[in-house]
Design a binder for this molecule. Structure first.
Ligand code: ADP
Length: 453
């Protein structure tokens, strides 16, 4: 038994030389190739067991297909022949059903090829005995360890069988560990590649949105200038030609040009908003979203945003419920908090029918320590599977019916809103029932009296 233990220790010792994955992110892991490790272990076991050659093969549990992992003790040419022979066969070509069943119950099978030759001739290199030891992983036969001997050196005594089985088990651990390490390395390489792809994507977005912004600002300025000139033309110069020949035609042409300019102005502001969202999103990713904190009144911000909406969507009903206290002091970035409220409001209008009202609440909660803004619509609501994703970058649920400014969203509004509120140490949330509507909310801490003085 002492010898058995020593022999197993020699194999375990070899196994311990395998490098271990390091948890530190970014560290490369120097792993010896699987083949090399396997070869060392095969070599050692061959010496311990005094046999002609040893091999271990993996087994596909469903088909019984055998694949040679490592062999030691054969010449290169013999190894090639053996590989080919094994590669084209299954375990059923070597062992009988009863023998395979014994392997499955963790027994060693000794096959005397003189007494019981194979049905089909196989590459056995004049070897008489083949000893098969099971490799069981979670009670499934995933491989076998094959020992070939001319004379039966390894007697069938229980100690020898215990040794063979123990070595098979250790070899399986080595192979399994090397396989897991390789898998871990591949996963890590994928993760690094993904991170790099994300980084490049962020750089691209940032450059693209900056590049788009400059010409768009010029276009927007020119369209607005043209609109102002057109209005001046209509109000100051055209009336002088009332009653002249062709007056009606000129008015019609001017009307058409005016309409095109209004539509162009509208489109440029939609584009402008999308590019601002892209820029903000890339700033958030780079931790560079500037927030300018100041003492301000949340009630004023909410009121202003709701009023602005009346210009954009004059036909919609938006009801505002403010608290009795006249002001709601907070320390915040006025523009950014306004943007969040605007995002909630625009979505509420976009995802609900034109005749449905939108309600906005501003409340003081938690014993006067926090303010809560909630925007409720009676629209399509959000499906359960989308609820946890809608705050992610570029997420748009497939089924949402888009009303108002069709197709204007990039799936960035909520992502930006959440980032802004979190930078203010606040919280965002949503309650939604599909088909009935949604309530989007956020909370912020009220300014303490000492902060206000
Ligand atoms: P988008 O610009 O596409 O609206 P958002 O980040 O603002 O991007 O919203 C992400 C997704 O969340 C939307 O595509 C939509 O599916 C869903 N969503 C947001 N607000 C509402 C709402 N009030 N009602 C229904 N779905 C909404």
């Amino acid at each position: 038994m002492q010898q058995v233990l020593n022999d197993i220790l020699a194999v375990v010792d070899e196994m311990s030389r395998l490098p271990i994955p390091i948890d530190e992110p970014g560290d490369a892991v120097p792993v010896q190739p699987l083949q090399l490790v396997g070869h060392h272990v095969a070599e050692i076991t061959r010496q311990i067991l005094h046999c002609q050659y040893v091999a271990y093969a993996s087994l596909e549990p469903q088909t019984g297909r055998v694949q040679l992992v490592e062999v030691s003790g054969l010449t290169a040419e013999q190894e090639h022949v053996f590989q080919k022979d094994v590669g084209q066969s299954s375990i059923f070509d070597y062992l009988e059903a009863e023998e395979i069943a014994r392997l499955r119950t963790n027994e060693v099978v000794i096959r005397d090829l003189v007494a019981r030759p194979y049905v089909q001739p196989r590459a056995d290199f004049g070897i008489r005995y083949r000893i098969w030891a099971p490799m069981l992983l979670d009670e499934q036969l995933v491989g076998t360890f094959i020992i070939a001997q001319s004379e039966l050196d390894v007697s069938s005594s229980s100690e020898d069988m215990a040794l063979v089985k123990a070595i098979a088990k250790v070899v399986l651990q080595v192979v399994e560990r090397a396989r897991l390490t390789n898998e871990w390395m591949a996963a890590r390489a994928n993760e690094l590649a993904l991170r790099e792809a994300n980084r490049r994507f962020d750089v691209f977005l940032s450059i693209a949105s900056h590049e788009l912004r400059t010409p768009l600002t010029t276009i927007k300025g020119n369209v607005q200038l043209a609109l102002r000139r057109m209005e001046k033309l209509k109000s100051q110069f055209i009336p002088a030609f009332v009653g002249c020949d062709g007056y009606e035609q000129i008015m019609q042409s001017i009307g058409r040009v005016h309409q095109s300019l209004i539509s162009a102005a509208h489109r440029t502001s939609v584009q402008d908003r999308m590019i601002s969202d892209l820029l903000d999103a890339s700033r958030i990713r780079a931790n560079k979203l500037a927030i300018v904190m100041q003492l301000c009144d949340l009630a004023d911000i909410v009121r202003e945003m709701v009023e602005d909406l009346h210009y954009v969507a004059p036909d919609r009903v938006v009801r505002l419920h403010l608290p009795e206290t006249r002001s709601v002091p907070i320390i915040a970035d006025v523009d950014r908090i306004g943007l969040v409220i605007n995002n909630y409001l625009v979505n509420a209008l976009r995802y609900s029918a034109a005749e449905r009202p939108v309600e906005v609440w501003l409340e003081i909660i938690e014993d006067g320590t926090k303010a809560k803004v909630a925007v409720r619509d009676q629209g399509s609501g959000i499906a359960l599977q989308d609820l946890e994703h809608i705050w992610e970058r570029f997420y748009r649920s497939d089924g949402t019916e888009t009303r108002y400014e069709a197709g204007a969203g990039l799936g960035l509004g909520l992502y930006i809103s959440r980032s802004i509120i979190e930078q203010h140490n606040g919280q965002v949330g949503v309650e939604s029932v599909q088909g009935k509507g949604s309530t989007f909310w956020f909370t912020l801490a009220l300014a303490l009296s000492r902060e206000m003085s």
